[in-house]
Structure formats: C-alpha cells, structure tokens
Design a protein around this ligand. Sequence first.
Ligand SMILES: [Mg+2]
Length: 231
Amino acid sequence: MSRLATIAFDADDTLWHTESHFQATQMRLSEILDAYAPHDEVQSRLHGIEERNIKLFGYGVKGFTLSMIEAAIEISGQRISAADIHEIAMMGKAMLDRPMELLPGVEAVLTDLAQRHRLIMITKGDVMDQQNKILQSGLNHYFEAIEIVALKDVATYRALFTRLDLASNQTLMIGNSIPSDVLPILELGGYGVYVPYHVTASFERHQAEPSHPRYRRIERIGNLPDLVSGL
Ligand SMILES: [Mg+2]
C-alpha cells in the first residue's frame, strides 16, 4: 500500500443525521395506521414497499413519501382518509425542511485531515435532496469533489475514481454502511472504515463485519485522524 492520499466520506449518518429522521417519521406513520394494523406489521410492510420502490424511485425522501402513501392505502384496505393521506404527504415535506444537524466532531475531523489529504464526499440519493443538505451543512469547502451517485457499488466507485484520477489503493472510504461504503472499496484495493450510526436503514444492514486486512471500525468519526495517522 502506498501513502494514503485521498479520504472519501459518506454523508448521510456519517457527517450528519438522516436515518433517525426517517425512523421518527415511520413511527408517526405507525400511529396513524394503528387503527388498521399492528405496529410491527406497518413497519414490515412499509419496508417491503420501500425496498421494491427504491428500484424505481432511488433513495430519498420523495420516494419514501410515495412509499408511505402506498403502504397506508394498502394496509388500510383503501379505507385511509384523505386527511390522513394529507398528513403523510406533509410529514414527507417536513423531512425535507428539517434543520441540518452535523454529527459531533465532524468539523474538527475535516479541518484536521484536510491539511494532509485530499477529501472527497460520495453520497447516494435524490440529487436535489442531497444538494440541499450539502449546502445547509456548510462543509463544501473541505472537499475537492462532492459526488452524488444513484448506487454505491464497485462499478460506480471504479468509474468515479477513474474520472477523479485517484488511485483506489491510496484511498480510504468511511461510512455507516458496510454494503455501500466499505465492501466496494475493499474490493477495489483501498481501506474501508465503518463508523456505525445508532440506526441503520433496512437496505443498508449487514450480516457480519468483513474480516479483511484493510477493514477498520471506529466508534465515532472523531477517532478517524488517529486511525489515519496509524496506517
Ligand atoms: Mg450513510
């Protein structure tokens, strides 16, 4: 392994809170649908519909809102009221309006690492939604490149690294998703760092942590500079 040149960051639930907002909205949806089905059934049917719809809508709040409406209509056997549908649509819009909340320590880590490394951000989701979050975060100036992708797989990373002219064996990617942020980078020859967030979207869950010489896990992003200088 040659010297580590580039550090790539996931954004949602790595730099700022996201999934906790989705889960809070899902809890409220369950309350609305309590009259029609038990809580667990609402959650599992919503997950099923969401996973199916991701292939059509991609990741993001707009697709999630449509999935909540679809779930509400199906779970209620088409008996859900227009007032409840309206509330669900407003819940989706409220998610887009939520103030940005950075995770603790993020700015200090970026300030420190930007002195010695090229920093890039690689985030997945709806372009407008992600752009708004990036703008609100005020973190733009730390990054040489900010990339919004539809999917985080090996082919996407490989094409991105080629376009940005960076060597994957001199790159470390950090994120809260093993399948999206860690495994593809390990396969491409770089370091993959997992930093868990307290809740994980159903489609980002993993069975087991990889056992790989270039895999690392840290409990908080604040531990990243120490890990990097120890490599
Ligand atoms: Mg993430």
